[in-house]
Design a protein around this ligand. Structure first.
Ligand SMILES: Cc1ncc(COP(=O)(O)O)c(C=O)c1O
Length: 449
């Protein structure tokens, strides 16, 4: 038996049993490895690369900022780069959000939002409010605090003894309605679960509710029914609970609007924005908060008792501003909406496969759920790793996708997420779907699924 090829160097890889080719360069929607093999970045890595690779304007902004000042600490200075970026983010944010707190990773930004909510509650004179309610089948990050809020059993299992117990409610998952209702005639009863949880926990103890407006990594793009987030907002208002929209994946145009929560005209108290904010060119993430939250913290304590070394990094801020300008100049949010409709239409061809159970999406954010039985929706045994087999086959054929699992119940369930750069053309979309189609067909036949 031959030993599988692995990377023999000093990097502690995410999966040391897997072989990772060496990426050499990127161009538009493509990545090229050192052997010259071309890959369509069909998922923008992990739904990050919103404007495509190798954009000259971003590189110029990076160089320009680096030639002036690359680092200042948030306790000493502000920079023109941070000021201009915050202005730009507020200009594209839903009304009511006026302040931007910068971080470096999505997990850090999620925890920042949770701490900001907590300090706000204390500073406004309601110190009993500290709990944050979230949902099963969701992902909010891999740091211990954000992992506690996430609802993916597989990712939590190893670290369970280390993570805080926090309340979770069922997701809005129409293909597998947790309340066994039909979307055609339900009243978004899954949103009522928030009210029940708040009442069980005690409204005086609940600080915030956090949710991804469209669930990404853990359940393969769950688009909520219209009315769900409107109901969630009114429950939050009724019990004086802050609403945090985790738009780490969905933010900055991914779903065809700058922020996904705007699809339902809901005003959150905070948005966590990340990946697409700098499109992969530099690590920068942020929490966008209301004036009221900022005012209370400023007037009561005077300072937000929080901070990270690389917050507000000037180079990252300049890069992010260039990315947002590029999105604006090239009308890429509208393009995401338009190409998203095209992608979803093309993906319908995948329905021909026995193992494709559901195809869903919003903007250029799409998911395919894979099932053992189309009629009963029975998931595959996760040990079979059907999602990974298909993802790997597509990778061999030159398509990068983002396979995931556990959406059905935290452990079972397979899906593939797609999230290509917004600059993708119709011809490239056809090619992308074609490779995925072939990969599903081959694995289905080879494994006799
Ligand atoms: C919705 C959501 N929140 C938070 C995170 C965590 O972000 P990061 O990996 O940058 O810590 C992710 C990452 O995929 C995410 O999808």
């Amino acid at each position: 038996m031959t030993t599988p090829k692995t990377n023999n160097d000093h990097v502690f890889y995410r999966n040391p049993t897997k072989f990772y080719p060496t990426a050499a360069r990127g161009e538009g929607i493509y990545i090229y490895d050192i052997d010259g093999k071309e890959y369509i970045d069909g998922s923008g890595g992990a739904v990050v690369v919103n404007i495509g690779h190798n954009v000259k304007e971003v590189q110029e902004a990076m160089m320009k900022q680096a030639s002036m000042i690359s680092f200042t600490h948030g306790t000493h200075f502000t920079t023109q780069a941070a000021i201009e970026l915050a202005d730009k983010i507020i200009a594209i944010s839903p009304p009511g959000l006026t302040r931007v707190y910068f971080c470096s990773t999505g997990s850090e930004a999620v925890e920042t939002a949770v701490k900001m909510a907590r300090q706000y509650q204390v500073d406004r004179g309601v110190p009993s409010k500290f709990k944050v309610i979230s949902r099963w089948a969701s992902f909010h990050g891999n740091s211990l605090g954000s992992l506690a809020l996430g609802g993916h059993t597989g990712r939590r299992k190893y670290y369970q003894p280390l993570i805080l117990h926090t309340p979770h409610i069922v997701p809005c998952y129409c293909y597998r309605c947790p309340l066994n209702l039909k979307p055609e005639n339900c009243q978004c009863e899954c949103a009522d679960e928030l009210e029940k949880a708040i009442l069980y926990e005690g409204p005086d103890s609940v600080s915030a509710f956090i949710a991804e407006p469209v669930v990404g990594a853990t359940a393969g793009v769950l688009v909520p029914k219209d009315g769900y987030f409107q109901k969630i907002r009114s429950i939050c208002d009724k019990y004086d609970v802050l609403l945090i929209s985790d738009e780490v994946m969905t933010g900055v145009g991914r779903t065809g609007k700058y922020f996904a929560i705007e699809h339902w005209n809901v005003a959150p108290d905070m948005i966590v924005a990340a990946k697409g904010l700098a499109g992969g060119y530099s690590p920068i993430n942020c929490v966008i908060a209301t004036e009221e939250i900022h005012r209370v913290i400023k007037e009561k304590n005077g300072a937000f008792v929080h901070g990270h070394t690389y917050s507000q990094n000037p180079c990252s801020c300049a890069v992010s501003k260039a990315v947002l300008d590029y999105i604006d100049t090239h009308g890429l949010v509208e393009k995401s909406a338009r190409m998203g409709r095209y992608l979803l239409e093309k993906m319908q061809t995948l329905n021909r496969h026995r193992i494709v159970g559901d195809i869903r999406g919003l903007g250029l954010f799409a998911g395919v759920e894979l099932v053992k039985d189309k009629k009963t929706k029975e998931p595959f045994d996760p040990k079979m790793k059907v999602n990974i087999l298909i993802g790997n086959r597509a990778f061999q054929k030159g398509l990068i996708s983002y396979p995931g699992g556990g959406g059905a119940d935290g452990v079972n369930g397979d899906h593939i997420v797609l999230g290509p750069p917004f600059i993708i053309t119709e011809r490239e979309t056809d090619k992308l779907v074609g490779i995925l189609d072939e990969s599903i067909a081959e694995i289905q036949e080879e494994k006799k699924l």
